[in-house]
Design a protein around this ligand. Structure first.
Ligand code: HDD
Length: 695
């Protein structure tokens, strides 16, 4: 019997044989259990008996609880939600989820890091997966993208090499979840096509503040197809309503220690408090003539079409409003596959996408163990599934009827008095767009890279030069950090030689940072071009920079004697702005404020370093400050907030603590008033040259 899960408050179904009325524990065969504490033994202190089927079943099941983790994207966090169409897009596509304004389609979205294992931390420098399963009325559509709009390689045949190089090294088993090692840089430096993606990977995009503050991209060019069969090329973009926000590298490293589950917890808690993360889905739609006019190939996944060249048209929004009931059943067992596509959407000939169409289905069989993995609740379409595929391991369905083949004339029903269904339907069924015959689709069999894929540096240059100055400095410093972990000097040199083609100044900064001369540039296959810059690519001062504190976590440090009025006014202003005030005190039981009231703390100071907050307010009395001056956690709290360029609001009495933490007055160091709430919406990039040496 299915019962409601009372523990999550999330309304989940628990498909266990627990009886609602009696709540008696049973075995998996439904046999009531009399004793779940002791094995069956011969005598009080005697040996265990083999006949103890309850013990054997329990241990047997436990022994098999783990399934192979994903070879990539093993660590992930997910949520349920819905997609809502902004308008009727039938001029472009016959996909039902885009058929009318306001139409809602359920989704399950999983975010992930790429290189680390399932138990690794949330904040390494890494690309993030952004996979969305749309349960449409025409079947499941999986848009399996990343938070970066390009990829390292142009052809799927290189994927195993790429992943082997970035994962922990073969003989040593380390480093975990890090690209800063010899094999990765050896590989990418030999693959100049990775240069554009390397720029993104070394930018602040790969150290996101939250999963909620990441952009997402479908990367490949896809096609939308309308009812008349007219195809339009599209690129998919997800833009977070929360704005795009990243961390400082030092902060990301410290978060990994303070809270390895930082992103997972943030997603879960935001949903739990009703602050539902939201993204807008947009498309860049274009035809063949437009594609032909571009100086790069739209089938090349190492290229973007800048928004300044082709604006993104918003077509709907995704809201994540329910966290999974069970991590394993849903987040772990969800099986995305770029080949899951619905009528009205189609692939392109992007050779990376084409290879992916095989890989994902194949990997699910390995991971989930049966061709029937589509029957798992999280993978099952929410529309009818009717075909004659049968049997296999773990078959959950009980198909009725005598005929298990098509055509047949036996399966008559009220709907189908002639019998024989289900049948194919050329009108409603998925129709593949017929390609252009002059595009090489009918040519000789060739293993060849098109000449139109040969430019590996022009867009890398455009990306780097489009960034705001602080972001450029972070990118250069990230390269210095990573290459400093590379022991092989010839690899360092080869990387910098490739960078020379991107931007000589960048190459010089990196070479300086490593302490090596600038090498001669490697020889590009085709001349590098100076494309117009694309300011839309910036995070700092970019179009998606956050404007207010909504969705942020603001730490309020208090101690005994803190001004009760100031705490109340500030927490109200924070909550009023849609942010979360986290009361931090030396003791988790709370602090006795100036008016004698006890304010309970959300976190203990030593367990809540300021890296976990977006801004900090230090509301301390003279005595409170004196008590914390010799508390390393308090000094570090302020020092890190300053070093990570965050707003610091403080009472005048807290000044000695700020002085000890090395805080220098600037626009981000303010009083406990409205100025703080405004300041807490941003970071203070001008402060950075004073706190760390960047390349
Ligand atoms: Fe992949 C998982 C994204 C290229 C083979 N990939 C996976 C996931 C994401 C991506 C987000 C995790 C899905 C989840 O949450 O379960 N992958 C990408 C993107 C790519 C890309 C954006 C390039 C544009 N992938 C790619 C290639 C291949 C694969 C070229 C193989 C030829 N990817 C896999 C896989 C995974 C996977 C091995 C591991 C687990 C899984 O599929 O379900 O099949």
């Amino acid at each position: 019997m299915a019962t409601r899960d009372k523990s999550t408050g999330n309304g989940g179904e628990v498909h266990q044989h627990a009886d609602d009325e009696t709540d008696i524990l049973t075995t998996n065969q439904g046999i009531p259990v009399s004793d779940n504490q002791n094995q069956l033994k011969a005598g009080v202190r005697g040996p265990v008996l083999l006949e103890d089927f309850m013990l054997r079943e329990k241990i047997f099941h436990f022994d098999h609880e783990r399934i192979p983790e994903r070879i990539v994207h093993a660590r992930g966090s997910a949520a349920h939600g819905f997609f809502e169409a902004y308008e009727d897009l039938s001029d472009l596509t016959r996909a039902d989820l885009f058929s009318e304004k306001g139409k809602r389609t359920p989704v399950f979205t999983r975010f992930s890091t790429v290189a680390g294992g399932a138990g690794s931390v949330d904040t390494p420098r890494d690309v993030r997966g952004f996979a969305v399963k749309f349960y449409t009325q025409q079947g499941n559509w999986d848009l399996v993208g990343n938070n970066i709009p390009v990829f390292f390689i142009q052809d799927a045949i290189k994927f195993p090499d790429l992943i082997h190089s970035v994962k922990m090294e073969a003989q040593s088993g380390y480093p975990q979840a890090a690209s800063a090692h010899d094999t990765f840089w050896d590989f990418v430096s030999l693959m100049p096509e990775s240069t554009h993606m390397i720029m993104w990977a070394m930018s602040d995009r790969t150290i996101p503040r939250s999963l909620r503050t990441m952009q997402g991209f479908g990367i490949h060019t896809f096609q939308m197809v309308n009812a008349k069969g007219k195809a339009t090329f599209v690129k998919f973009h997800w833009k977070p309503k929360q704005g795009v926000q990243s961390t400082c590298w030092d902060e990301a490293v410290k978060i990994a220690g303070a809270d390895p589950d930082f992103h997972r917890r943030d997603l879960f808690e935001a949903i739990a408090r009703g602050d539902f993360p939201e993204w807008e889905l947009g498309i860049q739609a274009f035809d063949q003539a437009f594609a032909d006019s571009l100086p790069y190939d739209v089938l090349d996944p190492t290229k973007i079409i800048p928004e300044e060249v082709l604006p993104v048209r918003p077509i709907g929004r995704m809201v994540l409003d329910r966290y999974p009931d069970n991590f394993f059943a849903e987040t772990e067992q969800v099986a995305y596959c770029p080949a899951n596509i619905v009528p009205g959407i189609d692939f392109s000939n992007d050779p990376l996408l084409q290879g992916r169409l095989f890989s994902y289905l194949d990997t699910q069989l390995k991971r989930l163990g049966s061709t029937n993995f589509h029957q798992l609740p999280i993978n099952a379409p929410k529309c009818p599934v009717m075909n004659f595929q049968r049997d296999g391991h773990m078959q959950m369905a009980v198909p009725k009827g005598r005929a298990n083949y098509e055509p047949n004339s036996l399966n008559e029903s009220d709907r189908d008095p002639e019998g024989g269904g289900p049948r194919e339907c050329p009108v409603q069924g998925f129709q593949t767009v017929s390609g252009r015959s002059d595009e090489g689709e009918q040519g000789d069999k060739l293993r060849i890279r098109p000449a139109s894929f040969a430019d590996h540096y022009s867009q890398a240059r455009m990306f780097f030069r489009s960034l705001a100055a602080p972001e450029q400095a972070h990118l250069a410093s990230a390269l210095v950090f990573e290459l400093s972990k590379v022991g092989l000097e010839h690899v360092r040199e080869r990387v910098v030689a490739n960078l020379v083609n991107v931007d000589v100044e960048l190459a010089t900064r990196v070479a300086d940072g490593i302490g090596m001369p600038v090498p001669k540039g490697s020889k590009p296959a085709v001349p590098v071009q100076d494309f117009d810059l694309s300011p839309a690519l910036r995070i700092v001062e970019g179009p998606l920079a956050p404007q207010d504190i909504a969705g942020r976590s603001i730490a309020v440090l208090v101690a005994d004697g803190s001004d009760a009025g100031a705490v109340a006014t500030l927490t109200e202003a924070i909550t009023g702005g849609g942010a979360r005030a986290v009361i931090v005190a030396p003791k988790v039981g709370g602090a006795t404020l100036s008016d004698g009231t006890l304010l309970k703390a959300d976190a203990q100071l030593a367990g809540y370093p300021s890296v976990l907050a977006d801004a900090v307010a230090v509301i301390l009395s003279k005595e409170g400050t004196a008590a914390l001056l010799n508390e390393g956690a308090a000094v570090q709290f302020v020092m890190d907030a300053f070093g990570h360029l965050k707003a610091i609001g403080h009472t005048p009495e807290a000044q000695p603590l700020l002085d000890k933490a090395g805080v220098v007055p600037d626009a981000g160091v303010v009083g406990i008033d409205k100025a703080f709430v405004d300041a807490a919406a941003q970071r203070f990039w001008d402060r950075e040259p004073g706190v760390r040496q960047l390349a």
